[in-house]
Design a protein around this ligand. Structure first.
Ligand code: FBP
Length: 333
């Protein structure tokens, strides 16, 4: 089989008129940063990159050394790249306009440099998530307000998984495509064309230890999954929870499933656990492009009008029929 690299795939997308040269080059810059992060993640203790960085991020969470390393790699690569007007990161409070030393571009980039931080030191898959928006016409120096665009305005999104192999999954609007890093060549090879999510599934992912904090519709939904064949669902379900959203979503892209990080009474005042702009929105774009669905339990995630850069939302995504059932249970109250 002819091996197609990420560069060749993107050039073919451009020839089909699905993207311009600047978006193609931006995605290539992000992919190069992902390769550099993969090297650091895979070195682990050998490079002394495990453990805490000794600082907190804007969310008040203790930063891991690799959170900081991944963040620096993405900022340096994209600052120099020339395709952005500004960027925003889970690890940094304010947006970061491209400084005057570098050429500016037409896009805004948001990213979670290292998703699944709680798994870094225990050698379980982690990843990077990114979302691309257009910078509003005529805006030379973007502000946070220019980033406040609904998920439907994304022109591209993707994630990488640093696991047994390093994979990159992305969409520019024409299906979802997966690439595997060939470490010898140093290139991403096109291995998973048009990834799709089956409408039905027997597998769910949720942090069950939060059950007593969940709202009634989610308690009902999960109880019925557990009751299996003997219950109203009439079939048995299995459960998986990696606690790295990228790994749980990648499993769903690969074999179906439903992922829930619902609103619970512990974080009601925060609005949820996962962040809208650089976790929920990019994953929702990918899941919908693969034939799945993504809601908060109450509304379509991609339709949410953002108000704050680091706002959080409840997330229910994956196999369409399960997501619709959870959403119906919320409507039934
Ligand atoms: P970060 O690691 O980027 O902060 O992401 C949040 C996250 O780790 C998700 O990847 C994952 O789905 C969730 O939190 C796990 O939460 P919990 O520790 O409650 O299981």
């Amino acid at each position: 089989m002819r091996r197609v690299t990420l560069t060749q795939f993107l050039i073919e997308q451009q020839r089909k008129g699905l993207m311009g040269a600047d978006l193609r080059l931006l995605i290539e810059v992000v992919a190069r940063a992902v390769k550099a992060i993969a090297v650091n993640v895979s070195k682990g203790a050998l490079a002394g990159v495990l453990g805490e960085a000794g600082s907190d991020n804007v969310q008040g969470e203790a930063q891991k050394k690799l959170d900081v390393i991944a963040n620096d790699i993405l900022i340096q690569a994209n600052e120099w790249g020339g395709h952005l007007a500004a960027m925003a990161s889970e690890e940094v409070e304010e947006i970061r306009p491209i400084s005057g030393d570098y050429p500016k571009g037409a896009y805004l980039l948001l990213f979670d440099p290292l998703d699944g931080s709680s798994n870094i030191d225990v050698n379980i898959s982690v990843g990077t998530i990114f979302s691309v928006l257009r910078c509003p016409e005529g805006v030379a120096t973007p502000t946070e307000a220019d980033f406040m665009q609904p998920g439907t305005a994304q022109v591209a999104s993707g994630y990488s998984v640093y696991g047994p192999s390093t994979q990159l999954v992305l969409t520019v609007g024409d299906g979802v495509h997966g690439f595997t890093l060939d470490r010898e060549m140093g290139s991403f090879i096109y291995t998973h064309p048009y990834m799709t999510i089956p409408e039905d599934t027997k597998e769910y992912a949720i942090n069950g230890s939060n059950e007593r904090f969940w709202e009634a519709p989610v308690q009902r939904y999960v109880r019925e999954l557990r009751d299996g064949k003997e219950g109203p669902r009439g079939k048995d379900f299995n459960t998986r929870w990696v606690a790295s959203m990228v790994a749980d979503v990648h499993r769903i892209l690969t074999r179906g499933g439903v992922f829930l990080y619902p609103l619970d009474s512990k974080m009601k005042d925060k609005g949820g656990k996962l962040r809208l702009m650089y976790e929920a929105n990019p994953m929702a774009m990918i899941v919908e492009a693969a034939g799945g669905a993504a809601t908060t339990g109450r509304e379509r995630i991609l339709d949410i009008q953002p108000t704050k850069l680091h706002q959080r939302v409840p997330v229910v995504l994956g196999s369409k029929n399960e997501v619709e059932l959870v959403t119906r249970y919320h409507q039934e109250g």
